[in-house]
Each structure stands twice: as structure tokens, then as C-alpha cells.
Write a protein that binds this ligand. Structure first.
Ligand code: HEC
Length: 161
């Protein structure tokens, strides 16, 4: 049994080595680059929590994402807790920027995500809306410090529009 296991580990080690040589694809890496983490993981999970407070008016009338059933509120809490936990991922050296400002932004972002989870637990819709705005403000605040160009306003429209 020992030998079989050793052989297996040997084979795995070879595979890992071959992967490293061939340049492992994005999905094979346990850590994404910060740009990928933000664009895929943060953005997608933030959209999940914001959908619970989305209010839209169009020709069909008004639509609200407001949680209704116990299950909705539970899901909203889960979405907020997911964001809260992602903030711990951003402490990892693979993503974090060694700067006190990074820690400060991360703490404010985490506090906003926690407030959102607490609001969902209390089924407090106005608090959930407020926390959703607070989360957005914290995304923008960190970007303005570390990557301001992604928050730049769109260029003005050409004359005649
Ligand atoms: C603690 C800092 C910090 C917080 C908080 C933060 N971001 Fe980011 N975000 C960054 C940095 C730094 C980049 C630039 C990454 C790069 O291009 O190298 C970035 C880039 C992005 C991008 C652009 C990705 C791309 O493909 O160019 C998106 C989208 C994004 N963030 C979404 C979010 C959302 C949504 C939130 C909040 C729910 C958030 N971020 C919170 C630091 C942060």
C-alpha cells in the first residue's frame, strides 16, 4: 500500500512539474491574479448582493429585488457573508498590496459587508439598501486609491449629441 501511494504521489509530482513547464492555464492556478479576482470573483459576488436591493421602473411597471420569503432573506445573508469572507482572501499576499491604505480600505469594505449580513439577518430592508450602497462606496474608495483609472468618468460625448 505504501509503495502504491508513493507511486501515486510520484506521478502527481510529475504532472505538476509538466504543468509548470507548459505554463499552467488560469484555471489550474490556486491563486488568481488580483485583476482576475476582482473582475470575476468580487464583481460577480457583489452583483448577487446588489440584486436584492435593485429597484427598476420600466414600461412593465416597477420591479423590486427585495427579499420576500425566509429563503430569500437567508440567501441575501449568504451573499453578504460571501463578500465578507472574500475580504479575508484579499489579505492573502497573492492579492494584497503592502500598504496601510490597503488594510484600511479592506477593513471598511469588510465592515460594510458585515453590516449587510446583519441587516439580512434582521430582515431590515432599509438597512440592507444602506449597506449595499456602503459596499459600493468601499469598492470605489479602494479603486480610487490604488487604480483610479478604472473609476474614471466616461469621456464626454462628441459635439452634436
Ligand atoms: C482593498 C481594495 C479593493 C477593494 C475593497 C475592491 N477592489 Fe476592485 N480592484 C482593486 C485593485 C487594486 C484593482 C486593480 C487590479 C489590476 O488591474 O491590477 C481592482 C480592480 C477591479 C475591477 C477591474 C478588473 C479588470 O478586469 O480590470 C473590478 C471589476 C473590480 N475591481 C470590482 C470590485 C468590486 C465590485 C468591489 C466591491 C464589491 C471591489 N472591486 C473592491 C482593489 C479593490
Amino acid at each position: 500500500m505504501k509503495i502504491a501511494l508513493a507511486l501515486l504521489f510520484g506521478a502527481l509530482a510529475c504532472l505538476a512539474g509538466a504543468n509548470a513547464l507548459a505554463g499552467a492555464s488560469l484555471n489550474d492556478q490556486s491563486e488568481l491574479q488580483i485583476k482576475e479576482f476582482m473582475g470575476h470573483v468580487m464583481q460577480r459576488n457583489a452583483e448577487q448582493i446588489w440584486q436584492w436591493t435593485a429597484e427598476e421602473t420600466d414600461l412593465q411597471g416597477e420591479r423590486s429585488g427585495k427579499p420576500v420569503t425566509d429563503e430569500d432573506w437567508e440567501n441575501a445573508e449568504s451573499d453578504a457573508l460571501t463578500l465578507q469572507q472574500l475580504s479575508y482572501g484579499l489579505e492573502h499576499s497573492a492579492y494584497g498590496i503592502p500598504d496601510v491604505e490597503w488594510d484600511r480600505h479592506l477593513a471598511s469594505f469588510r465592515a460594510a459587508a458585515s453590516a449587510s449580513a446583519e441587516a439580512a439577518e434582521r430582515k431590515d430592508y432599509p438597512a440592507l439598501q444602506k449597506a449595499g450602497d456602503r459596499i459600493n462606496e468601499q469598492c470605489v474608495a479602494c479603486h480610487l486609491t490604488f487604480k483610479p483609472e478604472i473609476e474614471a468618468p466616461p469621456p464626454p460625448l462628441p459635439d452634436g449629441f
